[in-house]
Design a protein around this ligand. Structure first.
Ligand code: BV8
Length: 244
């Protein structure tokens, strides 16, 4: 098994760096068995595109369908475990004076791998809120699958605490991510197709502000021609070579 490894020059740069930022996408959870958005979903959900389900319009049109899609994803994630990529990033945070981990993923696997200081750009399916104005967080509910359960406080339908397509990211969250991208010396971009904005802008923004940009992805993306280093391999094999 040939593993693509971090070159010595890049390891040296990371050892000297004071500020490092990392952006992860669905690819970092692929080796945990969590399907990426670009993977063809198998079985029940194969006929839907995530963009067609992860939106306020889809939820308004068919709340039960969207609620059940997230229930399926919560089960999928509960059965998954963090992989060596998640653990390598948690370990890296202990070595870099100022390490900012930014994730587009909503699966909670970085937290389960021990990453605490984490920017979850798109929220988390581990949290459920009501779709009312107050976004009450709800921890227990009973459901019969016909439609989402309702908030015990305001009776609005419950939904996952995630940012849907067409919804704005919380200002403090996206501001913190752009600040980290602006100030870092090295920006690691791991397992993302860099297609979903504004998250996809982060590595380009970091590059424009002088950071050394490293892409870890077995396939090319719009970032590949801009990155200073491209490590073309699976994150679960490439990231553990950071510990060398
Ligand atoms: C917004 C939560 C303002 C829900 C998600 C320009 C500027 C601003 C907005 C837009 C814009 N252009 C278009 C937009 C609108 C839209 C957008 O970007 N659309 C895309 C489709 C073009 N953006 C928005 O709506 C955002 N909101 O901007 O607010 C606004 C408001 C109204 C109108 C306009 C603007 C909100 C976006 C957030 C959506 N929510 N998630 C949920 O999860 O259910 S996004 C969701 O999809 C994920 O969180 C993730 O961000 C994205 C999927 O991307 P990836 O993570 O990269 O996954 P993908 O499958 O694509 O790729 C996996 C990669 O891994 C591949 O490259 C593969 O090669 C690689 N890989 C595979 N295996 C491995 C691997 N890599 C390493 N190791 C492996 N083993």
């Amino acid at each position: 098994m040939t593993t693509v490894a971090f070159p010595a020059a890049l390891l040296e740069r990371l050892r000297r760096a004071r500020r490092v930022a990392a952006l992860t996408g669905a690819g970092v959870s692929a080796e945990s068995g969590v399907p990426t958005f670009r993977d063809v979903h198998s079985g029940l959900w194969a006929r839907y595109r995530p963009e067609d389900l992860a939106s306020p319009e889809a939820f308004a049109r068919d709340p039960a369908l969207v609620w059940n899609w997230y229930a399926w994803r919560r089960q999928n994630v509960a059965a998954a475990a963090p992989n060596p990529a998640h653990f390598a990033l948690a370990a890296l945070a202990t070595l870099i004076p100022e390490f900012t981990l930014i994730t587009q993923n909503v699966d909670g696997l970085h937290r389960r791998a021990g990453s605490q200081a984490l920017i979850e750009l798109h929220g988390s399916i581990q949290r459920t809120v009501c779709s009312g104005r107050q976004r009450h967080e709800v921890e227990q509910w009973t459901e019969d699958g016909s439609e989402p359960p309702r908030c015990p406080v305001c009776s609005a339908l419950l939904r996952p605490d995630v940012v849907w397509f067409g919804e704005s990211l919380p200002h403090d969250t996206i501001d913190a991510a752009f600040r980290a991208a602006e100030e870092c010396e090295v920006f690691l971009c791991i397992g993302t197709s860099t297609l979903v904005y504004p998250a996809a802008e982060l590595p380009f923004f970091a590059h424009r502000h002088g950071a050394c940009v490293v892409e870890v992805n077995p396939h090319n993306t719009p970032l590949s021609s801009v990155a200073d280093f491209r490590l073309s391999g699976p994150a679960g094999e490439v990231l553990p070579t950071l510990q060398r």
